[in-house]
Design a protein around this ligand. Structure first.
Ligand code: PRP
Ligand code: URA
Length: 210
């Protein structure tokens, strides 16, 4: 069975994505919006976190109320554009650890290569959220997921802002156990592997490198 694709169906996400798409949006606004949408998607992607209960005393009386069971969680940005989403995830799950995976794509073949991987020691015991703004061909996400599985991780989710149908299909074929959480699914890829209509090069727009 394929992993599920959870597409955000929320006016705030739709509105913020439209501003991201606008080529005239400033680097500062772009960066802030990536972080905000990351926070909103995290809200959805953590819906299945297990709860337990604890006793608290309100100003009125004692009660037993829900609290997170304290499952171990790690957010793993794919460098570099994935860095833009880390802050949003951490604002929702402040105790999460952060692992970094560096990936570059060969400009001609678009094949991804891992050049850096630094993970918390107990990463195999943690639930993993891989984050990257763009799921285009799916090659980068596929390689990142494979790298985490090599390190013993089993419970992996993928969070992206925009996905192409081609990328979703690729992840479903190569890692059917991974659920995808995305802000929106766009029409297609162009001949350069860019998402159409998309938002352009996410890394360049977050870091102002163009
Ligand atoms: C972008 C993006 C993804 C990848 C998606 O990164 O952030 O990592 O492309 O493409 P794919 O699904 O076809 O693999 P890029 O390679 O441009 O590097 P950057 O993060 O340094 O900008
Ligand atoms: N990477 C990006 O940054 N944008 C795309 O549209 C595709 C891959």
């Amino acid at each position: 069975m394929n992993g599920k694709v959870h597409i955000m169906d929320h006016p705030l996400v739709a509105h913020k994505l439209t501003i991201l798409r606008d080529k005239n949006t400033s680097v500062k606004d772009f960066r802030e919006l990536v972080s905000e949408i990351g926070m909103l998607i995290t809200y959805e992607a953590t819906r299945d976190l297990p709860l337990t209960t604890k006793e608290v005393e309100t100003p009125i009386c004692k009660t037993v109320a829900p609290t997170l069971k304290g499952k171990k969680f790690a957010v793993v940005p794919i460098l570099r554009a994935g860095l833009g989403l880390v802050d949003g995830v951490l604002r929702m799950v402040p105790s999460a650890r952060v692992g970094h995976i560096g990936m570059y794509r060969d400009e001609e073949t678009l094949e991804p290569h891992v050049y850096f991987c630094k993970m918390p020691k107990d990463i195999s015991e943690r639930d993993i959220m891989i984050v990257d703004p763009m799921l285009a061909t799916g090659g980068s996400a596929e390689a990142a997921i494979a790298e985490m599985k090599k390190r013993g991780c089993r419970n992996i989710k993928l969070m992206v802002l925009l996905a192409a149908p081609e990328g979703i299909q690729h992840i479903q074929e190569t890692h059917p156990d991974v659920d995808i959480y995305c802000g929106a699914v766009d029409e297609r890829l162009n001949e350069h592997g860019y998402i159409v209509p998309g938002l352009g090069d996410a890394g360049d727009r977050i870091f102002g490198t163009k």
